[in-house]
Ligand binder design. Structure first.
Ligand SMILES: Cc1cc2nc3c(=O)[nH]c(=O)nc-3n(C[C@H](O)[C@H](O)[C@H](O)COP(=O)(O)OP(=O)(O)OC[C@H]3O[C@@H](n4cnc5c(N)ncnc54)[C@H](O)[C@@H]3O)c2cc1C
Length: 370
């Protein structure tokens, strides 16, 4: 374990970023859009070679053996420099986290280093047309046949599916068990015969998602991760990491708050809009304080962060459009900001689902009826 303190690390990271930030693609957030994938892969490789990838991952798997607090400082310094801290959350947080916590030694050897170097680019194959918030209802089947699982079904809303060479998949292995007890978790090479990836067009005009169809896909059993039929536990651990990362990513909220405050400058806002702006800024400042105390470790409180930040960013996008007036309806960054804003409230578990989690697990309210 290195003895470099978080503050010393922060100085080193900031200096490196000042020198190399011009190589980075624009800061796209947690999900890399398909048109930036090549630049993002090159950026991840550069981060890896400079010793800033996998900061809190074990050294034997290509990481730096530092603490989650060092990783948090990296995310914050990247936010200040307006660069992505990593290629994508699905690979570096979700797939990496699953392999680290549940993988066999062989799976760790195969996937961790190659995820840090961006040789493995990952997508997430969880949601289905009939299973989103209620993921336990998923119906994609994985049936054992000798040394393989044979997979049939359809996934949807797969961010960056067509740019990925590996996917994390949840599929039903025991249809007779209670719904959460018959699911398994797999690592899937996206080039297996029988996998078809079809882009979906969204209302921003872009195509960041894909539908993914599985037809008699033969997946070797060595790609099962975690217990057979015990994939629900793996999936829930992964999704908690996702919320934690979305929460931790807002450590750089300072910069966003500055741009929100700038909305009011020189525009002669009426008192109602001033009021909205001040509410959003107060909310953002409160979340910044919470992010600083919470740090980058995922917990139930990350639902609070995820809910608060995405609702706030939705409010900001709408106010921005409102201030710009009719012009914002046509095109440009205000229009695309408004069209993209609802996605943040849905991805990683919708706002309503976060409220359920907060109510049940943080406030101790009665559980939602099944
Ligand atoms: C930007 C983005 C990226 C995504 N990337 C991926 C990806 O890479 N891979 C992947 O697998 N999926 C991905 N998704 C899908 C995402 O996980 C689902 O959209 C999400 O889980 C919601 O599911 P759904 O769309 O089926 O909506 P539904 O679950 O059908 O929900 C519809 C509405 O009902 C509400 N609702 C549902 N259940 C409850 C409840 N119990 N209590 C109160 N309200 C409820 C919801 O909040 C929502 O408003 C992505 C989504 C977005 C927006």
């Amino acid at each position: 374990m290195s003895t470099e303190s978080v503050d010393e690390f922060r100085v080193r990271a900031a200096a490196w970023l000042a020198e190399h930030r011009h190589y980075a693609p624009r800061d796209y957030g947690a999900i890399c859009p398909p048109d930036l994938i090549d630049a993002a892969v090159t950026w991840q490789q550069r981060i890896f070679h400079a010793g800033f990838a996998g900061l809190h991952w074990p050294v034997e798997h290509g990481g730096q053996g530092l603490s989650p607090a060092h990783h948090g400082a990296w995310v914050e310094e990247c936010a200040k420099a307006s660069v992505p801290p990593l290629l994508n959350m699905v690979g570096l947080v979700l797939a990496g986290g699953a392999v680290m916590a549940f993988g066999t030694d062989e799976q760790k050897r195969q996937h961790l280093h190659s995820t840090l170097t961006a040789d493995n680019v990952w997508c997430q194959l969880f949601s289905e047309p009939g299973a989103g918030s209620d993921l336990g209802s998923l119906s994609t089947r994985a049936e054992r046949d000798g040394d393989n699982f044979v997979i049939n079904g359809q996934k949807v809303w797969c961010s960056g599916g067509r740019c990925s060479n590996w996917g994390i998949l949840m599929a039903r292995t025991n249809p007779d068990a209670p719904k959460h007890e018959g699911i398994s978790f797999f690592l899937v090479p996206m080039d297996l015969p029988g996998i078809e990836v079809r882009p979906l067009r969204q209302m921003t005009g872009e195509s960041e998602f894909d539908e993914v169809f599985f037809t008699d896909v033969h997946l070797p059993t060595e790609h099962l991760i975690g217990p057979l039929h015990g994939g629900w536990g793996v999936g829930m651990a992964v999704l908690t990491n996702e919320r934690g990362h979305i929460g931790a990513s807002v450590i750089g909220l300072e910069r966003r708050l500055e741009s929100i405050a700038a909305l009011g400058r020189g525009r002669g806002l009426d008192s109602s809009r001033k009021d909205q702006l001040v509410s959003l800024l107060s909310l953002g400042t409160a979340f910044k304080a919470m992010a600083q105390t919470q740090g980058p470790v995922a917990s139930t409180a990350s639902s609070l962060m995820k809910l608060g930040i995405t609702e706030m960013m939705f409010g900001v996008a709408m106010l921005r459009g409102d201030i710009s007036g009719a012009d914002a309806m046509l095109e440009g960054s205000d229009a695309s900001g408004m069209l993209a804003a609802p996605g943040g409230r849905i991805a990683g578990g919708s706002s309503q689902v976060q409220r359920n989690i907060i109510g049940e697990r943080l406030l101790g309210l009665p559980r939602e009826p099944k």
